[in-house]
Ligand binder design. Structure first.
Ligand SMILES: Cc1cc2nc3c(=O)[nH]c(=O)nc-3n(C[C@H](O)[C@H](O)[C@H](O)COP(=O)(O)OP(=O)(O)OC[C@H]3O[C@@H](n4cnc5c(N)ncnc54)[C@H](O)[C@@H]3O)c2cc1C
Length: 486
């Protein structure tokens, strides 16, 4: 086993949080080791939409938005998040968000020209404070990478790419270092460090962990990076840390891959959010029953109703008239695309000339669907079953069903942390120099029991930076020394 020099900081994971933490720490003069299992840096930045939220930014002012404040951002966030968040961390994230956005701005971040905007794919904020880049998450990576390259070149950051976290080496509540394995040669390396930051992301690609913390037997398809296996959680659990189970919310509008139902097909997306697109479909569960007002503007209500359905699956059912009018449910699809997908046995789109045949093809309870469609058609023009009143009957063949299963984007359960992001043991005591940032702390920490727009990427970046500054400050004030690290 090899021994390497002690580092001021060891960051495990070179994704959203790990990158912001490590380049900030290196910029403050700390000697940093970064462990990353992949051969390239970036983690979920290669996949995320990269929506962020912040109040009082330079970008807002440049677009004439001057009536926003951190207090308003915080109160909007708490309202949408509802419960189940970590109040100290949510406040920390919101307060550091503007500085983080200004930092990206200063690095040359390519803001999408429409931003900041009010984004309606989640419950919206009250003012335009959502930002994204022209190249989604890659836009964030493209401005951080030059800093990374510079610090790697001058030796402030020692990267261990292609190395996987093994164990945390802890004695009496202090972590002395980490054991990592070179994934190519199998060589085991032991690194010692004064502080360790776990930034290994979520566990959205680990069905066993997902089913344990979500308490659901069926694992939904996942859009998370394949490397989101919960390695940081598991290493911390092994030295006494605790995972706080949270409500694991799923996302609508993503579809499973035909050949691998555990993974999301990243090439198609649908807009089930009523504020993004006026629905023209009824949603039914496996019994063929409607379970929610499709036009409800509170997305979280849709997401909660979905969690109650068998296998968190529903079908959007509509007829030829709905297909030919209005905006497509699946982004960018033409009516011909639906017909072709139905013919190709895609497991997502079904079509038939009668409701009974449609139900049989799609795997919906036939009598249930027939009854629901009859009731629905009877009520058109008589009773308002949709909040916007624009009910459309389902009576012109061919009929269609689009099968949607809620998908994992992030995991909400995560390591239990104190307000300084120190990892807590099950007895509530902090491990003195073990910290966490990003999804490993659970999306619930800053998003509670809902999707709060941008409240995964923004906290990952902002709290990653904060952590680097806090650790530096601790060293400067003479605290946080962990003694001999030989
Ligand atoms: C499709 C999609 C869209 C999303 N859109 C948004 C959005 O618009 N806004 C928003 O706020 N959130 C969004 N999210 C969530 C958000 O992007 C993530 O929560 C966030 O980027 C996670 O950052 P992280 O640093 O915690 O993890 P990551 O960026 O995943 O980084 C973790 C890193 O740790 C590495 N690692 C893991 N295990 C090990 C190990 N054993 N050894 C060494 N290295 C390891 C990984 O390879 C990875 O590089 C989205 C997520 C997905 C999947």
């Amino acid at each position: 086993m090899n021994k390497r020099e002690p580092f001021d900081l060891i960051v495990v994971g070179a994704g959203t949080a790990g990158l912001s933490c490590s380049v900030t720490a290196a910029g403050l003069g700390l000697k940093v080791a970064v462990i990353e299992q992949m051969r390239e840096i970036g983690g979920t930045l290669h996949r995320t939409s990269g929506f962020m939220s912040a109040a009082g930014t330079r970008r807002q002012r440049s677009q004439g938005i001057t009536d926003d404040s951190v207090e308003l951002h915080l109160s909007d966030t708490l309202n949408i998040a509802r419960r189940g968040f970590n109040p100290a961390l949510i406040e920390r994230a919101v307060r550091s968000a503007p500085e983080t956005l200004d930092w990206l701005d200063g690095l040359g971040f390519r803001f999408h020209p429409d931003t900041p905007a009010i984004y309606y794919g989640h419950e919206p904020f009250s003012v335009p404070r959502t930002y994204w880049g022209e190249a989604a998450g890659e836009s964030i990576l493209e401005v951080i990478k030059p800093l990374w390259d510079r610090f790697v070149a001058d030796g402030s950051i020692i990267p261990y790419l292609g190395h996987s976290l093994g164990e945390l080496d802890a004695i009496a509540g202090t972590v002395r270092g980490v054991t990592v394995a070179d994934m190519k040669s199998g060589e085991i390396v032991h690194l010692t460090g004064r502080s360790i930051v776990l930034a290994t992301g979520g566990f959205g690609s680990n069905p066993k962990m997902y089913s344990k913390y979500s308490s659901r037997s069926a694992t939904p398809p996942s859009a998370a990076m394949p490397g989101s296996q919960g390695a940081g959680h598991l290493a911390a659990l092994a030295i006494g840390a605790e995972i706080r189970p949270a409500k694991e919310i799923l996302r609508t509008g993503r579809f499973a891959l035909k050949n691998d139902p555990t993974r999301v097909d990243l090439t198609i997306q649908a807009d089930f959010d009523a504020l993004l697109r006026d629905p023209r479909e009824i949603w039914v569960n496996r019994q063929g029953r409607r379970f929610v007002d499709e036009t409800c503007h509170v997305n979280t209500e849709h997401e909660y109703a979905l969690l109650e359905q068998e296998d968190q699956t529903f079908w959007a059912v509509f007829d030829q008239t709905a297909l030919l009018g209005g905006k497509s449910l699946i982004r960018g699809w033409t009516p011909e695309d639906y017909a072709a997908a139905a013919k190709s046995d895609s497991h997502t789109v079904y079509s038939a000339d009668s409701i009974a045949s449609l139900a049989d093809a799609a795997g919906i309870h036939s009598l249930g669907l027939i009854e629901t469609v009859d009731e629905w058609n009877d009520s058109v023009g008589k009773r308002q079953l949709w909040r916007n009143g624009a009910q459309m009957s389902v009576q012109t063949s061919p009929y269609y069903a689009v099968r949607c299963q809620g998908a994992i984007l992030t995991t909400f359960s995560g390591l239990w942390l104190d307000e300084s992001q120190r990892v807590l043991t099950s007895s509530g005591k902090p491990l003195s120099n073990l910290y966490a940032a990003g999804e490993v702390m659970g999306a619930a920490a800053c998003s509670g029991e809902a999707w709060v727009g941008g409240m995964c990427v923004t906290p990952a970046l902002a709290l990653g930076r904060n952590l680097a500054r806090d650790i530096d400050q601790l060293y400067r004030s003479g605290e946080g020394r962990v003694g001999s690290l030989s």
